[in-house]
Design a protein around this ligand. Structure first.
Ligand code: PLP
Length: 376
């Protein structure tokens, strides 16, 4: 048996998504910018997809800008805020995805943008008092803090952080790559200026995502070229990928509660199985709590002779998961997130298990048995 428990890294493409994409590849090959019928057919598919995406998020279709994925969308938000909107400071956190933290550091070097890092509390939540004090000073600011952390599952309260940003006159970008299609979003209500999406995290294709840009915020963008995506993002649109993204989103939001209940049950089966059989097991950042991202569990295993090989040994057993941090015998420094949030312990191996609607209870039992063999 092969068990895939690395759905925070990427997901399998849903069969219905493949089915929606194939005819586009076969028949709707026209350039969406061409004025003839073949091109217009592709344009219609893209605009229909944009409308469907917008309807799921309760925003205007013109707020959705398709990109090549989450990394490009994160770059677009931060780089444009600095270059086009006059932001002279970025507030972010060391626990952000590297698409955000490295972009912020790069802007600090190339544009002289001030960079302030919000502190975290011991459970991984952003320290709101510290954020408030950072917001009370400094020039025109964009805050970039993710909704759910991809490694340790900690969720930040977007309403609270967004309202603090509004009050302080700062722009707010949040990376929602791990929560989009797992939680409902109402962008008429949520105090955000930009959110990021990546289709391959919810059974869509790789190489496509979008940035939501609040109405009234005008960017020039970062990729020069044609006038695609209202000149914010030059380059011929990937019609089949955009159609695939919209289909994946339709599937996710049509059955959100059912998928959520199924995934939560698998995660709690894993938590109970580990707690019962591995003495001293811990869950980093309370990732076992129902309050945190329900698709991700970050497990800290007690010191063990085979800890450094755990990922490799599980792979041999047919289990795909991912390493959070290497233990003392590991070759790398491990996860920047675990280090930033102070969950890194050189004596203990941390592994991330992440679940999807396609996983089953039998697979979790199989994984638990393999984990027991590795850590026995
Ligand atoms: N942001 C987060 C939180 C992620 O987990 C990822 C993917 O790992 C990304 C951004 C990057 O998305 P993409 O792979 O579409 O570039």
């Amino acid at each position: 048996m092969n068990v895939y428990l690395d759905n925070a890294a990427t997901t399998s493409v849903a069969p219905e998504v493949v089915k929606a994409m194939v005819p586009v590849l076969q028949e709707s090959f026209g350039n969406p910018s061409s004025s003839h019928m073949v091109g217009r057919k592709s344009r219609v598919l893209i605009e229909q997809s944009r409308r469907r995406v917008a309807s799921h998020l309760n925003c205007h279709p013109s707020c959705i800008y398709f990109t090549s994925g989450g990394t490009e969308a994160d770059n677009l938000a931060l780089r444009s805020a600095v270059r086009d909107l006059g932001c002279t400071r970025i507030i972010t956190s060391e626990a952000e995805h590297s698409a955000v933290i490295k972009t912020a550091q790069s802007l600090e070097r190339s544009e002289g943008t001030a960079l302030d890092l919000a502190r975290h509390l011991s459970d991984g939540k952003v320290d709101l008092d510290h954020l408030k004090s950072l917001l009370s000073k400094g020039g025109k600011t964009i805050v970039s803090l993710m909704h759910a952390n991809n490694e340790v599952a900690v969720i930040q309260d977007l309403n609270v952080i967004g309202s603090m940003c509004r009050e302080a006159g700062a722009l707010f970008h949040t990376d929602t790559v791990q929560t989009m299609c797992h939680y409902a979003f109402d962008l008429q209500d949520l105090p955000v200026d930009f959110i990021t999406c990546s289709a391959h995290k919810f059974h869509g294709p790789k190489g496509v995502g979008f940035l939501y840009i609040r109405k009234g915020v005008h960017l020039k963008g970062q990729i020069e070229g044609g006038s695609q995506e209202r000149s914010v993002r030059g380059g011929t649109e990937s019609t089949h990928n955009i159609v695939g993204l919209a289909k994946a989103m339709d599937l996710a939001y049509a059955d959100l509660a059912t998928h959520e209940a199924h995934i939560r049950a698998l995660k709690s089966q894993m938590v109970q199985g580990l707690t019962a059989t591995i003495p001293g097991v811990r869950f980093n950042a309370n990732s076992d709590s129902p309050e945190e991202l329900y698709t991700v569990l970050n497990v800290s295993f007690p010191p063990h002779a085979k800890s450094g090989m755990a990922l490799f040994l599980l792979d041999l057993e047919g289990i795909a998961c991912s390493s959070g941090s290497a233990c003392s015998s590991g070759a790398t420094l491990g996860s920047h997130v675990l280090r930033a949030l102070e969950f890194h312990d050189p004596e203990r191996a941390s592994l991330r298990f992440s679940f999807s609607r396609y996983n089953t209870a039998e697979e979790v039992d199989f994984a638990l048995a393999a984990i027991r063999r590795v850590f026995s």
